[in-house]
Each structure stands twice: as C-alpha cells, then as structure tokens.
Design a protein around this ligand. Sequence first.
Ligand code: 6PG
Length: 226
Amino acid sequence: MIHQNLHLIDFARDSAHYILDRARAAIADRGMFRLSLAGGNTPREIYAALADVGRDLPWNKVQITFSDERCVAPHDKDSNFRMAQESLLTVAPIPGGNVFRIRGEIDPGVAAAEYEAKLAAVAARLGETRYVHDLLLLGLGPDGHTASLFPGSPALYEEERNVIPTIGPKPPPQRITFTFPLINAAREVAFLVKEDSKKKVIEEVQIGDPRHPASKVKPATWLLGF
Ligand code: 6PG
C-alpha cells in the first residue's frame, strides 16, 4: 500500500464519516471496532462530529485507546483524555469499560506497564501477538513527530514494548506513547492534518525522510483539511 491522501471539503465531518465507515465495516467483519484516538488540538472537532454523525453506531462494540498521553491528571487542560472526553466520550454512549485511559497522573513507568498489560490481555484473548487496532489515528507535528515520538528520542528505536514513557520538547514534556511496533500493527493508520502549513513535512514523511519520526509509520491514510 502507498499513502492515500484524502483532501476533505468539510474536514471535521468528512473525517468523522471516514472513521464511521471504518467502524461499521469492522463491526460487520469482526463484531468490534478498536480505535485509537490521536491527541493534540486537531482531533477535537473531528471527535465532536463523530459523536454527532455516529449517533446510531453500536458504541458498546467500540473499544477506545489513546496513542499517547501527557503525564498530567485527566482533568488537566493538557490531557488528551480530557479533550476526547469533552468532544466524544461524554457525548457518545460508549461504556466506560470500553475506554482504556492512560493514567497520566501516576508514575509514568507504572502507567505504561499497566497499559501494556491491558492491551496484552485483549490481544491474548483474540489470539494476537500484539494488540491490533482497526484504525489508529495520529496527528503530525511541524517537526515530523507523531504521537509522542519526537526527533532524536530513543523511543523511536523501541522494538518490543508497545507503550513506553518518554520525554518530548512539546510541553508538557513527560509523556507516555505508543511505539512504532504497536502503531504499525494496526490494520489502518490515519493521520489527521488540517493546516496546509504542514504540507511540506507531509510530503517529506511520505517519501520516508528519516529526519521525521512519522516516516517510520507504515503507509497510511491522510485525512487533510487543505
Ligand atoms: C500530542 C499529540 C501530538 C499531536 C501533534 C499535532 O499529545 O501532542 O499526540 O502528536 O498530534 O503535535 O498536534 P496538533 O493537532 O495540536 O497540531
């Protein structure tokens, strides 16, 4: 597969419909939809649109993970969980047990290990060697970072663990992130990028520019707002 660029007219609603289509297909095929939410600011309007257009989705068959989290409390303004909770998780009727929150408020090493075990338990039950997301959403930073995988970080070279603590230049610095083995185990990865200011870095990622961590993600779908 090569990268698939989708230039969307209505970024939020068209992205939401794309996610919804993938959800319906996964539920039809496998009885559940395992979705990983991206952090940052871009996804907020998409998640709100998803809650709106996805009213009749069987949310009890959706399992939510987070591709990264800042090491802050869940009610902190910088929490990716809080952003998802405000835009989607308090609107869509998704059972609390279906939402796998990364506990950013505790010791990062403990939180990462706890999350690793949570994903491993589901994977084992489903006969997977590594948890397989149906759709894994990611953002992209101007420096080519994605999730909390930043240029120059040793986290870029993790080959075994799925979830690790890390430090990044984008505040808040202490984070927990998915690793490339987990990201690339997904059936599909979709980047969400609204600003055309990121056009050049997208092109560089898509040709595999090694300066950019996002280049280590397998060929993906790009939901573009420009
Ligand atoms: C985070 C995100 C990060 C984000 C990009 C894009 O926790 O900060 O995981 O990877 O997706 O930095 O952020 P914006 O969507 O705010 O531009």
